[in-house]
Design a protein around this ligand. Structure first.
Ligand SMILES: CC(=O)SCCNC(=O)CCNC(=O)[C@H](O)C(C)(C)COP(=O)(O)OP(=O)(O)OC[C@H]1O[C@@H](n2cnc3c(N)ncnc32)[C@H](O)[C@@H]1OP(=O)(O)O
Ligand SMILES: N[C@@H](CCO)C(=O)O
Length: 357
């Protein structure tokens, strides 16, 4: 590919059109790929201050700032990218792109194909490797030869790790957070169950639904299942216990319903299925002689961290990566479980400062 085209910005978002074809590793073909991205700060003349932030499953390019055009939610790591924070835009050039297959500006199942219809079920399967390949083209366009740091948590951690393994000469430091080198049966089990909830919604129509009649009930149930895995049992019990609200609903059920509705209003079910499938198929060691052999390719200075109460990405998974890289696992103490990687920004900020010092 080559000859990138910059589209008109929308709000804080900018767009880059990679002329096709983009050929995902598992087959199929995308005639062109649009990447939505945001940046903060200025690229230094030597190009040595660029940081790539990788978002998680339902995140987007809006790392910091308020909600606005193209951003259904305020920045999801605002504490990390701010004056005086670890990623101070006065020092770093911070880049975040919506993932390939997503629904916040980057080409995904809800985007229109060249025939004018939405891709829907025709959208090819993508892997984490494909997603990083698209981001490599973005880095090329922005004139970034090497990232001073690539950081990501959860699904974002997968892309961060893939960068460090696939393109070691382009990653100076790696921050791998609350993620895994290969998906476990538990993770695949919960994600395929979430997918089944979406597919069971009559509106799913094999993935070819109109956006005004999207399978919101199925996506909502998927989010309820997922959200339980994102929080710790102890935290949920301390907050809600068996309390019944005035409307006669269990408080925890009402809370999950609230999150289900919020996601269904801001996220595409087709992207949800596609991205969870990319996570299911994630194995950094595939085709590389196994996980440890793959991790042996990393030359970046690495910081590996997890959340002590994370039941979805338990610390054992980060320990495996830390052991292979010969670094200590840094555990963040938090009651929140997996979502601790988003909520414990002060702790993440401290670790990031240490890595970038
Ligand atoms: C990495 C990423 O990219 S994530 C992308 C960004 N994602 C989002 O912003 C939305 C997804 N949300 C999440 O993932 C998580 O909720 C987080 C981590 C962002 C936020 O977690 P927390 O701040 O702990 O929020 P919490 O889970 O307690 O939920 C609070 C909400 O539940 C609502 N709530 C609490 N109790 C109840 C109840 N009994 N019944 C109904 N609603 C309830 C609150 O009113 C609040 O609503 P609001 O968010 O609309 O203001
Ligand atoms: N709350 C996060 C969890 C996934 O890691 C999200 O919605 O993306």
């Amino acid at each position: 590919m080559g000859g990138w085209v910059e589209g008109d910005p929308v709000g804080d978002r900018r767009f880059l059109d990679l002329p096709g074809p983009f050929e995902p590793e598992r087959g199929g073909r995308l005639p062109g790929v649009r990447i939505a991205y945001e940046t903060w700060g200025t690229l230094a003349p030597g190009g040595d201050n660029a940081v790539l932030v990788e978002h998680a499953l339902t995140g987007d390019s809006h790392v910091t700032g308020s909600a606005g055009p193209g951003h259904p939610t305020p920045g999801w790591w605002s504490g990390l990218v701010a004056p005086g924070a670890a990623l101070d835009p006065a020092r770093f050039f911070v880049v975040c792109a919506n993932v390939l297959g997503g629904c916040q500006g980057t080409t995904g199942p809800s985007s229109r194909a060249p025939d004018g219809r939405r891709w829907g079920a025709r959208f090819p399967e993508v892997t984490v490797g494909d997603q990083v390949r698209a981001e490599e083209a973005l880095a090329d366009t922005l004139g970034i030869d090497r990232w001073a740091c690539v950081i990501g948590g959860s699904m974002g951690g997968m892309r961060a790790l893939e960068w460090a393994v696939a393109l070691p000469s382009r990653v100076d430091t790696l921050f791998f957070l609350a993620s895994a080198a290969v998906s476990s049966a538990d993770q695949i089990g919960t994600q395929t169950t979430q997918q089944a909830a979406i597919r069971a919604d009559a509106r799913w129509s094999g993935g070819d639904y109109p956006l005004h009649a999207a399978p919101e009930d199925g996506l909502g149930i998927a989010r309820r299942i997922a959200h339980l895995t994102y929080r710790s049992a102890l935290e949920l019990d301390a907050r809600f216990g068996s309390r019944v609200q005035e409307d006669h609903r269990f408080a925890v059920a009402s809370y999950l319903e609230h999150h289900a509705g919020k996601l269904a209003r801001r996220f595409d079910a087709g992207s949800y299925v596609l991205l969870t499938e990319a996570m299911n198929s994630w194995d950094v060691g595939r085709g590389r002689g196994g996980v440890e052999a793959a991790l042996g390719r990393i030359t970046a200075r690495a910081l590996v961290a997890g959340v002590d109460t994370d039941r979805l990405y338990p610390p054992e998974q980060q320990q495996r990566v830390a052991d292979a890289l010969g670094v200590p696992l840094r555990l963040i103490s938090s009651p929140y479980g997996h979502d601790g990687f988003l909520l414990e920004t002060a702790a993440v900020d401290g670790l990031l400062r240490e890595l970038l010092a």
